[in-house]
Design a protein around this ligand. Structure first.
Ligand SMILES: [Zn+2]
Length: 134
């Protein structure tokens, strides 16, 4: 039955051991549940959905990788054109990052969550973006 979730939650596969849900990514519930169904529901709602929702869709990551590779190629053949394109990207990259941080904070993300998503420390994220909340 747990294999039903395998396609929906890539990277996360549920097991229930003594009615305690654990995930093969390393997550484990901090308590036990009265039924297997309750344990499964807890895994879904408190772990699997949030874990998968916090990841960008794979097709978009692939597009981003393709764009980066094409710009790298352009740098070798047409560096000035690459500079113009990079300037364009920078024009929307910074405001969108700010907007995403604000949206994440409004939805309850901690500075640790924001830092983790950006690949920086909690402190670095807070220092860079705290002015948004003043
Ligand atoms: Zn997991």
């Amino acid at each position: 039955m747990f294999d039903d979730f395998a396609e929906e939650f890539p990277g996360h596969r549920l097991s229930v051991v003594d009615l305690r849900p654990i995930c093969d990514c390393g997550w484990a519930a901090d308590r036990y549940f009265p039924t297997t169904e309750d344990a499964t529901t807890h895994w879904l709602r408190d772990h699997a959905f949030p874990a998968v929702e916090s990841q960008p869709p794979n097709w978009l990551v692939v597009k981003s990788d393709v764009l980066r590779e094409q710009v790298e190629e352009m740098i070798t053949t047409r560096p000035e054109a690459a500079l113009k394109l990079l300037a364009e990207v920078e024009k929307w990259h910074r405001p969108l990052t700010t907007k995403a941080v604000q949206a994440a904070r409004h939805r309850g993300a901690s500075w640790t969550d924001v830092g983790s998503a950006l690949g920086v420390s909690r402190q670095a994220a807070h220092e860079r973006f705290r002015a948004l909340e003043l």
